[in-house]
Design a binder for this molecule. Structure first.
Ligand SMILES: [Zn+2]
Length: 115
């Protein structure tokens, strides 16, 4: 996850805590929105050292349980990023465009100037 490294990002302290089921449901929900729901085979929660989540090309999504106590927009950013990799394996312009498009409603949290 370029640009959203775990140590660099200190936003999101004090969010509501959700259950694993809710997090998994969010993954499925974004999967439908992005059009990759049928490619998600497994959703795992496992503490990760360097990043928040990973997604294998075979549809295995792994999420750090710490996400359960992060705000919804933070979770969305992590989930959308990983699920987009089921469509686009790199971080090229198309990837960034799609990521921004899906997350537009959360734009204000990115520190980008509002337009
Ligand atoms: Zn990535």
């Amino acid at each position: 996850m370029t640009g959203a490294g775990k140590t660099a990002d200190v936003t999101g302290e004090g969010g509501d805590t959700i259950s694993r089921e809710v997090l998994a449901a969010e993954v499925q929900c974004w999967g439908r929105r992005i059009g990759v729901a049928n490619r998600i085979r497994e959703i795992h929660l496992r503490p990760m050292r360097r990043k928040w989540a990973s997604c294998s090309s075979r549809g295995r999504v792994t999420l750090d349980p710490e996400l359960l106590c992060r705000p919804a927009e933070f979770r969305a950013r992590v989930i959308v990023h990983e699920l987009l990799h089921l469509k686009i394996p790199n971080h090229g312009p198309l990837f960034r465009n799609l990521l921004n498009a899906y997350l537009r409603r959360y734009r204000h949290t990115d520190g980008a100037p509002g337009t």
